[in-house]
Design a protein around this ligand. Structure first.
Ligand code: FMN
Length: 209
């Protein structure tokens, strides 16, 4: 089959695009506002961008029921930092709860029974229960035009300036996915958990200095 997203002519019962871009890692992003109120929300339009410096991106798109931008985006623009918490299978329900839109001033940490972990290099706290946390300094936000007027696509870039890895997910000095069990977003209502891993020598590593 072939379709053009602009024409929505896929003829399927559900739009298949997000199912085609899968698995998507979940950036579970914690932020803080200028009044010290924390915020936490998952974003599956999230990924790493490069190593030098280590850089990540995520996309807080859309607006809430009041027409306001995502609290995550508002906080990042105020305080200029955030923490990426890795979402695991054990934390799946808590992660999902934190996608609820709360009024300004309310924190999803309390809603989901999560503990704030103080960060070392940034103001935003992390999720203490998450075994891997990336403290990030805001670099830039890019606003792309969207097909819905007033609803830009927002891409937030951040430099990873601090990395927490719990000993509980390490084996012989390597992150052990069998212990970490990270989850990813698929299409529809589906998610994935990493429970099978295979090894392969990457061709690029053979030629890079
Ligand atoms: C697994 C998952 C992935 C999500 N990914 C995104 C995303 O990439 N971009 C986005 O704008 N919203 C995404 N959402 C919805 C936001 O988490 C939700 O709008 C949230 O209320 C935003 O919170 P905030 O206003 O506190 O920033 C996702 C929700 C879930 C459960």
């Amino acid at each position: 089959m072939f379709y053009q997203p602009s024409r929505k002519d896929h003829g399927l019962p559900h739009d298949p695009l997000s199912a085609c871009i899968a698995p998507r890692p979940i950036g579970w992003i914690s932020t803080i506002d200028n009044n010290g109120v924390s915020n936490l929300a998952p974003f599956s339009f999230f990924n790493g961008v490069g190593y030098n410096p280590p850089t990540v991106m995520f996309c807080p798109n859309g607006r809430d029921v009041n027409g306001d931008f995502s609290h995550t985006l508002v906080n990042v623009e105020q305080v200029h930092d955030f923490v990426v918490n890795i979402a695991t299978y054990d934390l799946r329900e808590a992660m999902n709860l934190t996608s609820r839109q709360l009024p300004p001033g309310a924190s999803e940490f309390a809603l989901a029974g999560l503990t704030e972990a103080p960060s070392r290099c940034v103001r935003a706290p992390g999720v203490a229960q998450s075994p891997i946390r990336l403290e990030c300094r805001h670099l830039q936000t890019v606003h792309l035009p969207s097909t819905i007027p007033g609803y830009p696509l927002n891409i937030v870039f951040g430099e990873v300036v601090g990395v927490h890895i719990s000993e509980s997910v390490l084996t012989d000095g390597k992150v052990d996915y069998g212990k970490l069990r990270p989850i990813a977003r698929l299409g529809y209502r589906q998610f994935a958990v990493i429970d099978a891993v295979f090894e392969m020598q990457s061709e690029t590593f053979k030629y890079r200095p």
